[in-house]
Design a protein around this ligand. Sequence first.
Ligand code: SAM
Length: 324
Amino acid sequence: MSVSGKPQPVSLRLSVTDRCDLRCIYCLPPDGATLAAHDDVLRLEEIVEFVGIVQRRFGLTKVHLTGGEPLVRRGIVDLVRMLADAGAPDLAMTTNGLNLREMALPLRQAGLGRINVSLDSLEAETYRTLTRGGDLGRVLDGIAAAGLVGFEPVKFNTVVLRGINDREVVSIARFGMERGCAVRFLELMPIGVAQAGYEDRFVSSAEVRAQMASAFELRALPPVPGASSRNYRAIDADGRQGVVGFISPCTEPFCAGCRRLRLTATGRLLGCLAQAEGPQVRPLLPTRTPEDEERLVEAVEQALRLKRNARRFDGQRLMGRVGG
Ligand code: SAM
């Protein structure tokens, strides 16, 4: 609650599926995760109803679709259209981009506003190794398509891993600059499979920033309230500029004032990525009576109460399941 007694708006991150067509080495086991049964996954109508109730009862600043891989969810374009038609604000998506070449236009036409593409390497072989088989060429085609259909902005997310892609930080930043795309460098989180060899792979944002500062002048941009990224304008010796951000859940957690809630594909509501437990909202949907709706509102309040102020990772879960 705010001091005025009115609930403060929340932002929602919705995992629309636990399936993914990649197996990134820090995210999923080589054979993939055990997937939820089809019947346990929230239906499109249930997702839209949940979002509508949160918007009406709490206020919403943003709806972000993720996964798993959102583009492998059957009906994803319909979901975007249903959410847009229902008035969901600031509709965004994080994707690996593999299917974006075909889907960028339908998604845009359905009402998706912004898109983030995970791009951990610009070297085809490194990308293939890191994602266990991903085709970088397809992702680059998808990024080009997203730019052409007018996603504004397209952003890139890069998890920096020592000995794998840490030497590419400057080239990925330049790649973003040339396309007018912001690049955000993420710290590796010790969740799920990323716990193995974590200390060897982890690179702090401070180190990535220092690497960036050797190639660019970095000017801090004003912080955006509730945002996870600390952003800078990067300017090179020839005056070329772009925006780079650093997402630092481990060394500079952004918990204060966070109003982000995550809904897993099977309907568990989590107050934090670092948290394993939260109320299940699936049994409360669809709401048929005012009492049902009150139970749903109580579940949202419970998830908000469970939020922590300092990150301790309950590491035994898979990111692909929680929804990154
Ligand atoms: N499949 C989509 C994609 O690749 O963007 C969306 C889901 S993915 C889980 C969302 C984001 O989480 C990606 O940018 C991925 O790099 C990031 N991620 C996954 N595991 C992570 C970890 N252990 N630490 C930091 N980021 C992670």
